[in-house]
Design a protein around this ligand. Structure first.
Ligand SMILES: NC(=O)N[C@H]1NC(=O)NC1=O
Length: 174
């Protein structure tokens, strides 16, 4: 997708296209729309991350809380967003057996109890074993370090979602 096409989108079109690059946080695309014209995709990403970094800790934690648990209730009940469904599926979260689902549930609960927000990791860059290992590892962090670590993962998820939007646009034109 040519950046001039993105820059010509109306506010509604822009939020429709980019509204879920950060899970269930369309307010972020709504906010950065006012920074048009964008130079390129990296510029859009930089504005998104600038917005997130400008938030107080409570705002960053709010963003984390918009993320569904990995292998959690939304996945079991089929209520994940399309993006999250694809990502969790790529990381093998949709084919866990019941013991593995229970294990993830226990780890996710322990994490939420400790930090007050859900465990977030870029599922497309990690497989099942990585996710369990990192969940256990990151439980050892203090809250401030872990908040920043989780926001880094939001950045990775966002970056891949942005690339996907551009790729799928190229594919529909081929
Ligand atoms: N909790 C969590 O990490 N959720 C997610 N990760 C990801 O890549 N997509 C998600 O929805």
């Amino acid at each position: 997708m040519d950046i001039s096409v993105v820059n010509a989108l109306t506010y509604e079109e822009f939020v429709n296209l980019f509204g879920n690059v950060v899970e269930k946080c369309p307010i972020i695309s709504a906010a950065i729309w006012s920074h048009r014209p964008f130079k390129d995709l990296a510029d859009i990403e930089a504005h998104i991350m600038g917005f997130i970094h400008s938030l107080p800790d409570s705002g960053k934690e709010g963003i984390l809380r918009c993320h569904p648990d990995l292998a959690g209730r939304d996945l079991q009940s089929g209520t994940l967003t399309r993006e999250s469904q694809e990502e969790q599926s790529q990381a093998g979260m949709t084919t866990l057996d019941s013991a593995e689902i229970q294990h993830m549930y226990r780890l996710n609960s322990k994490y939420k109890e400790r930090f007050g927000f859900p465990f977030v990791i870029c599922a497309r860059l990690n497989n099942k074993a990585d996710i369990v290992r990192q969940l256990n590892e990151r439980l050892k962090n203090d809250r401030a370090a872990e908040r920043e670590r989780a926001i880094e993962e939001v950045k990775n998820i966002c970056s891949l979602r942005l690339n996907n939007i551009v790729l799928s646009d190229i594919q529909t034109k081929l």
